[in-house]
Design a protein around this ligand. Sequence first.
Ligand code: ATP
Ligand code: MG
Length: 357
Amino acid sequence: MTRPKRIAVLPGDGIGPEIVEEGVKVMKAAGERFGYHFEIDFGWIGGSAIDRLKNPLPQETLTLCHQADAVLLGAVGGPRWDQHPPALRPEKALLGLRKELDLFANLRPTTLFPGLEDSSTLKPEVLKGVDFLVVRELTGGIYFGEKFTEDTPAGEKATDTLVYSETEVERILRRAFDIAQLRGKKVTSVDKANVLESSRLWRKVADRVAKDYPDVELTHLLVDNCAMQMIRRPADFDVVVTENMFGDILSDEAAILTGSIGLLPSASLGEGHQGLYEPVHGSAPDIAGQGVANPIATILSVALMFRYSFHDDTVAKAIEGAVTDTLASGARTMDLVSTGRLAYSTEEFGDKVVEAL
Ligand code: ATP
Ligand code: MG
């Protein structure tokens, strides 16, 4: 028998505990079916950690994460902590965790589920076959470059700098090509090489890295054009790789193509196999505690955990298939029902997925 997988589970705030419970349920069911053993350690994070330990990212949680093969996170934050000073804000925990685990690649798949075409603003014929993945660089670029303000004769002046090293660019591009090899073998590298020096470096490195992946087709796209094409012909994309700020914007654009935010999983990866898996959405304080949140984003994040941390595409596909089948059977959570239809609770939907699995 193989060594058990150690999973750090951080439910967090708001709907976090409700959706994570369903994620863990599906993870255990998949484990039983496919012969995995898990050691699960629960940790405090975000507002709930502030309340108990006066720290959004306590040392004991960090230790759990360091020892884990993978981290499953719910969501953090809520109005209760909005008035806190910056160091005591729940959101601080996310940045801290990414930095601590050196998670430089953020993956957001966008897949259209059958039966949900009408929850999107795009026409069904445009959406047909949409299945792509945005790989966003997460630890460099303009969000982390030097910033300052100064007083000048023309008034206040503010500066942000966009810096990337060749090493940073190369590791994210290699990750994108590795992923493309497991998918549709197409990489779209997005930049603004007509005006940005950092983008010219990006493009040069992309061309060089591509030589090591002769089976993967590389296309360069300017970010403004990409924003347009993502809505015009989203089904043509496979892997889209880009720097931090462009990725921030494009991944939100990609997210709305398929309907509810409650459907979207994410993975954040570093150099090793360890990863952080979490839904794209936040803690949804407006519906917390009611048992109506959509657990799909969290369940699909568990699928990504199998794919990217355990390199097991079979189990990942089984979980994704179970979600597809559950939706195809007509089961819907509140965010997906059209009027007059009965909605499943968070727990009922999770049970359905386990059954389908
Ligand atoms: P954050 O700042 O953490 O991103 P936010 O306030 O921007 O949070 P969310 O917490 O993601 O956004 O909530 C946005 C809206 O989407 C809310 O109305 C919320 O109820 C809804 N929502 C978010 N996640 C889910 C879910 N899993 N199921 C159903 N509705 C959800
Ligand atoms: Mg938000």
